[in-house]
Design a protein around this ligand. Structure first.
Ligand code: ATP
Ligand code: MG
Length: 555
């Protein structure tokens, strides 16, 4: 990896030195998604850090489904999460785990804590508990805190067997009610829940809380570095308390980094789900969603997403990155790799009156001027073409250099033509543009060297294919819809999708696969929609426009 070392790697470097915590050890990280939704671009940052760190140190990275809450989790998400991670290019080898595989051990560790006098069964209601744990004031002690160990053991077993009503009892760690850190004030570590779990079914009526389960999962898997986002910083003392008070050999270290935020984007799964359920988007993979499946469908490449994260770096300070920077990364990638093609979004006829009626020519054009190895393709040309309506003005504006009566332009890779006029319908709409071609300009250059200011794209009417084109804009009209005190649904961009039903594209695009990316000349970068496009009905998504006013560091 090219990026310079960030603070996590500096810490690891120290720990690997002789005498350090990890001297002689293999660096071992994990990525622990909760299978309750699809991965988004924020998760891709965590993936880059987890898998990237393992890669940098020739270590290992586990993929672990953090499925300790039966209420929201589902197998559908497990498969989708794997697919997205693979797509990004991260490889977990055979190190795929489920947190739910450790339920027996977790139960055992809970019993161990009870036996050590470090956990107790509490019968306070959630309201009572909340009040007694306090906020900044001195908390009050639960009347159950000092119940005999034997009694807690018995009740915990009853909880496990479902002999206790849901919500009536919890298991709490006995730590420090006076702690300035709320998480250390006898946190709940097990609660009851009778819903069936997606893997363990009805075996368990009790489920461990994240703060108890996560350090155990890490320790059991031999994780050396548990890298997570900043909101877990206050939970680290509890993480350490758990690994230090149960009988595990491995004592993993938690290190936190800043979450990624992106302008005009929400990244919480709850909000993303709400966008779907409220009908603002069509699903998790709607091309406007910041999910990895949405970005993929939109036309993003794994390379662009990973480069975006590498460039952003890793720090301890939360920040919101410009969406334009993500677009910049995609353009940078696609400019090098996407084949060029011609597509006319708002077609109007162009008739070359001095071109023979029955003649057809084939031009060989390069697929990518940035990459010779991308080869060439053949594009047909005839008297009747499609051009974009915007490329003609009967009465030109100032500084308009494209087609208007009397003006010359270059048809990309073909000929120089001179506009002679247009036909209009009874309402005055232009229905055809007329021109004559310069027979000496095959390939696009004039024989006498006269300068042609504008080059326009076109497709041949004989071979053109119909296509539906979807142009996307951002979902929100304000920069930070994700802020806690903002009702993001009040700022939905109503024009985030514009559908053009009757575009004309060059014939070579008939075979476009959804993994192929194209630069439609002068229009933007596109890919075939992976759900709706077929050879009979082509649908192209615009991944990003060509406009390139954004430069990193310019804002
Ligand atoms: P949400 O809060 O939206 O439900 P989550 O963070 O709870 O998302 P998880 O499945 O638990 O979702 O996330 C897996 C990992 O991805 C966690 O370690 C989390 O810290 C990290 N992660 C999630 N969102 C971001 C983000 N925006 N930036 C960086 N890392 C993130
Ligand atoms: Mg989470």
């Amino acid at each position: 990896m090219a990026e310079s070392k960030h603070f996590i790697h500096e810490i690891i470097d120290e720990e690997l030195k002789e005498g350090g915590r990890c001297y002689g050890k293999t660096v071992h990280t994990r990525f622990p998604p909760e299978p309750n939704g699809y991965l988004h671009i924020g998760h891709a940052k965590a993936l880059e850090i987890d898998f990237g760190t393992a890669e940098l140190y020739n270590g290992l990275c586990n993929l672990r489904m953090d499925d300790t809450n039966p209420t929201k989790e589902d197998e559908e998400f497990v498969d989708a999460i794997k697919e997205d991670i693979r797509w990004l290019g991260h490889d977990w080898g055979d190190r795929f785990f489920y947190a739910s595989d450790y339920f027996d051990q977790m139960y055992g560790f809970a019993v161990e804590l009870i036996k050590k006098g470090l956990a107790y069964v509490c019968e306070l209601t959630p309201e009572q508990m909340k009040e007694m744990r306090g906020d900044t004031s001195t908390p009050a002690q639960s009347p159950y805190r000092d119940r005999p160990i034997e009694e807690s053991l018995e009740l915990f077993e009853k909880m496990k067997n479902g002999e206790i009503e849901d919500g009536k009892m919890t298991l709490r760690a006995k730590i420090d009610l006076a702690s300035g850190n709320f998480n250390m004030r006898d946190p709940v570590i097990y609660r009851m829940n009778r819903l069936p779990h997606h893997r363990t079914g009805n075996k368990w009526c009790i489920y461990p809380m994240y703060d108890f389960a996560h350090p155990i999962e890490d320790a059991l898997e031999g994780i050396t570095h548990s890298l997570c986002s900043l909101e877990f910083e206050n939970h680290r003392p509890l993480y350490d308390w758990v690994v230090n008070n149960i009988s595990v050999e491995c004592k993993p270290r938690q290190i936190e980094f800043a979450r990624l935020g992106i302008t005009r984007t929400v990244l919480s799964k709850r909000k993303l789900r709400n966008l779907i359920e409220s009908g603002y988007v069509t699903g998790w993979d709607d091309p406007r969603m910041p999910t990895l499946c949405g970005l993929r469908r939109r036309g993003y490449t794994p390379e662009a997403i990973r480069e975006f994260h590498r460039q952003n770096g890793v720090s301890k300070v939360n920040s919101v990155v410009e969406y334009a920077f993500l677009e910049y990364c995609l353009r940078e990638d696609l400019n090098k790799r996407a084949n060029r093609a011609m597509a006319v979004l708002h077609p109007v006829k162009l008739i070359i009156d001095n071109y023979p009626d029955d003649k057809t020519e084939v031009f060989t054009v390069e697929n990518n001027p940035e990459d010779e190895s991308a080869g060439t393709r053949e594009v047909s040309f005839s008297k009747n073409l499609w051009i974009d309506a915007e490329d003609f003005m009967e009465v030109p504006e100032k500084k308009y250099f494209r087609l208007f009566p009397g003006n010359e332009v270059r048809l990309k890779s073909a000929y120089v033509i001179k506009c002679t006029g247009c036909d209009k319908d009874e309402n005055g709409n232009v229905i055809a543009v007329h021109a004559e071609y310069d027979t000496e300009s095959r390939g696009g250059n004039t024989a006498d060297g006269r300068r042609i200011k504008a080059t326009i794209h076109w497709v041949d009417q004989n071979t053109a294919v119909d296509a539906e084109i979807r142009l996307y804009d951002q979902l929100f009209t304000i920069d930070e819809p994700d802020l806690a005190d903002v009702n993001y649904l009040d700022y939905i961009n109503k024009d985030s999708l514009i559908t053009i039903k009757d575009a004309k594209v060059e014939a070579s695009l008939k075979s476009a696969g959804s993994d192929d990316r194209y630069q439609f000349l002068r229009v933007g970068y596109f890919c075939a929609d992976n759900k709706d496009s077929s050879p009979e009905h082509l649908v192209f998504n615009r991944a990003v426009s060509l406009k390139d006013s954004y430069k990193p560091g310019s804002n």
